[in-house]
Write a protein that binds this ligand. Structure first.
Ligand code: HEC
Length: 153
């Protein structure tokens, strides 16, 4: 309810309406800049599901500037460092904050499998280790074990 009111004000241009998922982005020098610049048009899930190289992020961010993202050169440099550090080719999957689409993309899960993890986490709280994640009903152990080195609890 509160969010609905805030978002109505936001669409009237009176207030900025952030994606509530934005607070779960990994900490970092540029987190606030990313939230301000990159959640104006879409949520952070668009970003979190990616694992891109610096070159690929550079091209993605330049597409976003073409789309209308407003950032100066200093902000773009900060954003790129943040994206490469946290959503680069070898970046971790932060199990306790990742949105559904990040599980799906990074672990090659189906939407139903990824959804089962996120629903379970919402109902029961954080996962403390791999065993807890594997105990979620509907989760494919083999797919998760194959990528266990990218998981961060
Ligand atoms: C002015 C609106 C706007 C802003 C601000 C914006 N984006 Fe986007 N973004 C879009 C649109 C529209 C799409 C979907 C179409 C596309 O891919 O261009 C998109 C899609 C994406 C995708 C998904 C692309 C894919 O292949 O699935 C990523 C990643 C992304 N944005 C990252 C960012 C980042 C990082 C920032 C901040 C630097 C940002 N966006 C800021 C409009 C925006």
């Amino acid at each position: 309810m509160k969010r609905t009111i805030l978002c109505v004000l936001a669409s009237a241009g009176l207030l900025w309406c952030a994606d509530p998922e934005a607070s779960h982005l990994p900490a970092g020098k540029a987190k606030d800049v990313v939230v301000t610049v990159c959640t104006e048009c879409h949520g952070v899930a668009n970003i979190r599901r990616q694992r891109l190289s610096r070159e690929e992020w550079t091209s993605e961010v330049s597409d976003m500037v073409d789309n209308g993202a407003k950032a100066n050169d200093d902000q773009i440099a900060l954003i790129l460092d943040y994206l490469v550090a946290n959503f680069g080719p070898d970046s971790k999957l932060r199990v306790n904050t990742a949105p559904m689409v990040e599980f799906k993309a990074v672990l090659s899960l189906t939407a139903a499998e990824a959804g089962a993890i996120v629903d379970y986490r919402t109902a029961h709280g954080d996962f403390h280790d791999l065993a807890a994640l594997l105990s979620v009903p509907g989760v494919p152990a083999a797919k998760i074990e194959a990528k266990k080195e990218v998981l961060e609890f």
